[in-house]
Design a protein around this ligand. Structure first.
Ligand code: DC
Length: 232
């Protein structure tokens, strides 16, 4: 890298369970940039809904959520011990809680609401205003940072994604059914691609990374070549 003052905005979008966050974290570390997981923000709003009884009998009360948006404050803080950014909801660290199965089950309902998306996009743009950021999600290259310097669209064969997720959960000691996981991945792809507002789409200027048969090391070499070309 010739330019020590480099200031890139790197947008990484793609399907769930593609290894987007692992990849984005590595890229941010290598570049010494801020890493923001935009999915964590939608998860934090979902956690708020569950905490405040805005979801009853499996159904989200959209009007109440829209009215409550002014009371939802999301921020990130870097934890040097964990070498990771942690997410705070109204001043409380909720990085663990937002990964629960319950949050995962309802986050699609929450993230399809236009007003929720508008609020999250505003915050995401604020976080990215000084550039030197890697953000991953579903609409980063299309909606949040349409002028990003580098846009990556990640994909992988659904069966391979399901296998990776299955292994990960088994290693954590969870009892899981492979077919169930594959079904869930295909359903999430469908919801992400077909929602009315900001559906998952490859930006016309995004570069596709199909990592079905690539290690993280290979993916890093691939992106660092692209970044170095940008910075020439
Ligand atoms: O990346 P993830 O699985 O943690 O994201 C959680 C949910 O949030 C997922 O259902 C898609 C949604 N999401 C979104 O709609 N837009 C983003 N920019 C990021 C995530």
């Amino acid at each position: 890298m010739n330019d020590p003052q480099h200031k890139l905005t790197i947008a990484i979008d793609g399907y769930s369970s593609c290894g987007k966050s692992t990849f984005a974290i590595e890229v941010a570390k290598k570049m010494k940039y801020l890493y923001i997981d935009s999915g964590a923000m939608y998860r934090a709003v979902t956690f708020y809904c569950l905490q405040n009884n805005l979801i009853k009998n499996g159904k989200l009360n959209e009007d109440r959520l829209i009215h409550s948006l002014k009371n939802i404050h999301i921020s990130f803080q870097y934890n040097p011990k964990k070498e990771a950014n942690e997410i705070f909801l109204n001043g409380i660290n909720r990085s663990e809680e937002i990964r629960s199965v319950e949050v995962s089950n309802y986050v699609s309902q929450v993230s399809k609401i236009k007003k929720v998306r508008e609020k999250m996009v505003e915050l995401q743009r604020e976080l990215g205003k000084n550039k030197q950021i890697v953000m991953d999600g579903r609409d980063i290259g299309t909606v949040v940072f349409p002028d990003a310097d580098l846009k990556i669209f990640m994909t992988a064969d659904p069966a391979i994604r399901a296998e990776r997720r299955y292994k990960e959960l088994v290693e954590k000691g969870k009892k899981v059914d492979y077919n169930e996981i594959e079904k869930n991945i295909r359903e999430r792809d469908f919801i992400d691609e077909n929602r009315e507002f900001s559906p998952l789409r490859k930006a016309p200027d995004a570069i596709v990374l199909d990592n079905s048969h690539m290690s993280v090391k290979e993916q890093m070499k691939w992106i660092m070549d692209l970044i170095n070309q940008k910075l020439k």
